[in-house]
Structure formats: C-alpha cells, structure tokens
Design a protein around this ligand. Structure first.
Ligand code: HEM
Length: 477
C-alpha cells in the first residue's frame, strides 16, 4: 500500500515536473512551433517580456541608445525579445533591412498595433497585401508621381506663402513644429487630395492621430475613445463628400481629375475600390504625412541653427534661386531640383533624427536567416537607427555632415522612408514640402531658436517637447 502511494506520488511529481518543464520551454521559445535555432536574447517575463524597458527608453527618446544598442553589443545585430505580448526579433544592418523589407508579402507582412488599425481603418493601404495593395498603391501613385508633383508645386508654394503671411508676419514668436503640422495638413488635404474643410477639421484629425499608438482601451475620457469618436465624425464627414463627388463625376462634372481624391473616387466608380477604402485611405494619408514631415522640417531647422556655416551655404543656394525669379513668381519644379545642398541638409537631419524609428513586420512562414529560425507568427522590428548610426555605413556617424550625401550610400543603409514594396508612397511629396517650406522661410525671415537645447520626446513618434519655439522677423528687403 505504502509502495503504491509512493509510486502514485512519484508519478504525480513526474507529471507535474514534465508539465512545468514543457511550459517553461514553451515560454522560452514564445508561441512559435519551429525547432530551429532562435536568435540570442532575453524573452523576459511572460507576456510583458521587456515591454517596460522598451517603453521607458522610447519615452526618453533613447530607444536605440538604451534598448537596442546594449543588446546589439551583448547578442549581435539580430536578437530576440518580447514586446507587448509578442515574441519579437529586432534586426539591424543594411543586409537585414534588405532581406526583411524586400520580402514583404512573401515572408513577412506589415504589422501595426490594434489601435492604429482600428483608427486608420482596416481598409487603409497599410493593411492591404499583394494584389489589393498593388491596386491601391497604383491609384495613390498617379498623384504622387512626377506628373502629379509638377502640378502640386505651385499649389504648395501658394499654401506656404499664404500661411506664412497670415501667421508669421504678425508675430515674433512662432512654434515651428505646430506651424509645419498645420501646413502639412493643408498641403495633404487641399493640395494633394483637393478637399476643403472647415477650420476645426485639423483638430478632429489630430484627436484621431493622438490615439493611434494609445492602448486600445475604450473607457470614457481615454485617448483611444476620444480618438474613436473623432474618427466616427471624420467618417461621417468624408462619406458625405465621397458621395457628392461620385454624383458629380458620374454626371460629368468632376473637374479636377489630377487630384488624388478624384483618383480614389474614380477607382470606386470603376469598381476597383470600395467607399470604405476611399475613406480609410484619406485618413491614412493625413496620418502618414503629418508628424513625419513636420518633424523632418523641425530637425532640419535645429541643425541649421546649430551649424551656421551650413545655414550660410544653404541661404546662398536659395538667394541664387530667388534672384533668378521675378518678384512674386512661384517656384517651379526646376527650381526645387537646384536645391541640392538643401536636400543634403534635410537628408542628413533625417539620418540623425529619423521621423520613423523603424516598423514592425509579422513572419507569415518560418524564416531562416543568418543561421537562425524566426518562427511563423513572430514579429520582426527593423530599425533606421541600426544603419544610420553605424560607422560601417556612415563615417563619424554622430557628426552632422550634409556633404556625405555627395557620395553614393550603400543600398538599404539610409532608410528614413523605409524600402521594398512599402517604401513611403509620399517621399517625393515630403521632399517638395520640406524644400519649398525652407525656401520661403530662409529667404523671407531672420529666425533663431528660442529653446536651443530643447529635448526630443517620443510618443511614439518623435517631436520637440516644447513645439520648437522660434523668434522671427521679416527681412528688410
Ligand atoms: C518626412 C516625411 C515622411 C517620412 C519620414 C515617411 C516615412 C515612411 C516610412 C518609413 C514608411 C514605411 C513604413 C513601413 O515600412 O512599415 C512610409 C510609408 C508610407 N508613407 Fe510615408 N513618410 C513621410 C511622408 C509621407 C507623405 C507626405 C505621404 C503622403 C501624403 C506619405 C505616405 C505614405 C504611405 C501611403 C505609406 C504606406 C506605403 C505602403 O504601405 O505601401 N508619407 N512612410
């Protein structure tokens, strides 16, 4: 009897130990089933993993320096971790960027947080794969390609000048970051899409954007529920506009076929895309352009303020362009092509301060890479910093040196706009927006930073914590 009890107890002990061991091993490997070798790294606590460390360093804008770099030193350029419940591989370097970005749809698909998907809408381009992605991208690209951009240049010039006359000529202190946000909004909605809204609309859009990376918890007063409410308002507003536009176009009164909104509605009339796809992609375009372009412009001005010699060279370039034009004449596409040094300054600013840290992908198959297996379902995070701050690709990476862009940059080493099939669809519009804004500001105003050492915060996109206040005065001529 005692022997029976003893063997029963030992059996029970054996079973529970085996179960615990299985749970432990599963936890160590995450949720994948692959038997291959996982990259090195710590998975941390169940579910939470290393999320707290990740968020803490992100909030201080030290995500690369405090979270990624120490792990690269410890484990190498590819390592595992667990973030927000998901086992994740963080990859760094041009070769990894090339591999993961160019294998979009084949081995990985883009993977956005729940709140972003709900607020942008499941029909936005960022949620589309394969053929549907290609179709939407084709429609968007018609207005963002060379012919569409040529038409946009005078419109952007008018918007920038109107905005500056109205807001900058009458004040001495300006928030540069908020000015560029308001302007980018106008440029995307009015110039690119061809839509005109009431003045309060920017606030409604901003309420949506504030929730895009918030925890997706809907309780009264939470960022996410405020964002959802604003999103419903925008949807109602846009549906009305889409239906009016459709009616007009079907009765032959469209009028502005070059504009992106008309292209989207045409796609809908042809049956290629749905009404929801039109609405969701308008919201996505505003989101994609808004904080990114504003931050790129703000950081370019920060660098110009900190490097007066670069500012003088840049100013010379713009004075030369201005002096060849009659007074009051708008810039042309040809003029923007002459802004070579300005674009080097902006590119170097985006190298040091990339508006996008990187982005998440999800493995849709077990992936073999560099002798490791990345199990299906795991997330992959590629980073801009992993190459931008690496001297393998950029000599003295922490030094601001716009002239480095005179030499060719190795493929997939400089990625402020991403790469592969999801390369930023608006990168040429962003370039025009940045160049034209800089032109009108430096040729018309004396300006200086009011808060030179201003901290950059991330939430999770980076922004100057005080909105980058500057002092401005009109130049005498
Ligand atoms: C300096 C400004 C900008 C930066 C740094 C930037 C950066 C990026 C990056 C890194 C991606 C790829 C994300 C990924 O791989 O998951 C992206 C995608 C995208 N961007 Fe931009 N962007 C900027 C401005 C714009 C503008 C002005 C527009 C259009 C109005 C735009 C529209 C898009 C769209 C539609 C996508 C999704 C492309 C796709 O999924 O096929 N972006 N952007």
């Amino acid at each position: 009897m005692t022997i029976q009890i003893c063997s029963l107890l030992s059996w029970a002990l054996f079973c529970s130990t085996a179960m615990l061991l299985a749970i432990f091993l599963k936890h160590r490997k995450g949720c994948g089933k692959s038997d291959g070798k996982l990259p090195p790294g710590e998975m941390g606590l169940p579910w939470i993993g290393e999320t707290i460390e990740f968020y803490r360093s992100q909030r201080d804008n030290q995500l690369f320096e405090e979270f990624v770099q120490p792990r690269i030193t410890k484990y190498g350029k590819i390592f595992k971790t667990r973030l927000m419940g998901s086992p994740t591989i963080i990859v760094n370097g041009a070769e990894a960027n090339r591999f993961f970005l160019s294998n979009e749809f084949k081995l990985v698909v883009s993977s956005w947080p729940t709140a972003s998907v709900q607020l942008m809408g499941i029909n936005s381009i960022m949620e589309k794969q394969g053929e549907k992605h290609r179709c939407l991208r084709g429609i968007i690209a018609t207005s963002l390609g060379p012919a569409g951009l040529e038409i946009l240049v005078p419109k952007i010039c008018d918007s920038v000048q109107l905005y500056l006359d109205k807001n900058w000529n009458v004040r001495e202190e300006i928030s540069l970051y908020h000015s560029t946000k308001a302007l980018t909004f106008t440029i995307v909605l009015e110039c690119l899409l061809g839509l005109n809204f009431e003045p309060g609309t920017l606030n409604t859009f901003e309420r949506v954007l504030e929730g895009v990376f918030a925890p997706p918890i809907s309780f009264p007063g939470s960022k996410f529920s405020r964002a959802k409410k604003a999103r419903r308002e925008i949807k109602e507003m846009l549906i009305k506009v889409v239906r009016e536009k459709r009616k007009k176009m079907e009765s032959g009164l469209g009028g502005d076929e070059g504009m992106l909104f008309s292209q989207l509605v045409s796609g809908m009339i042809r049956g290629e895309i749905s009404e929801e796809e039109v609405v969701d992609n308008v919201v996505l375009l505003v989101f994609a352009a808004h904080d990114t372009t504003s931050f790129a412009i703000a950081m370019t001005f920060k660098m110009l303020a900190e490097h007066p010699d670069c500012h003088s060279l840049l100013l010379q370039e713009h004075d030369d362009i201005m002096n060849k034009r009659r007074s009051g004449e708008n810039l042309t596409m040809e003029d923007t092509k002459k802004m070579k040094y300005t674009w080097q300054v902006a590119r170097e600013s985006m190298r040091l301060f990339p508006p996008i840290f990187g982005s998440f992908r999800k493995a849709i198959a077990d992936i073999e890479y560099e002798g490791f297996t990345i199990p299906k379902g795991w997330k992959v995070l590629w980073t801009t910093y992993g190459t931008h701050y690496n001297e393998e690709y950029f000599k003295d990476p922490l030094t601001f040196n716009p002239r480095r862009f005179e030499e060719p940059i190795p493929p997939y080493a400089y990625l402020p706009f991403g790469g592969g099939p999801r390369l930023c669809a608006g990168n040429q519009l962003a370039k025009l927006n940045i160049l034209i804004f800089i032109h009108y500001v430096v040729t018309r105003y004396n300006w200086s930073l009011l808060c030179p050492g201003e901290q950059i915060t991330m939430d999770p996109l980076p922004f100057p914590s005080h909105g980058m206040p500057i002092k401005v005065s009109l130049k005498s001529s």
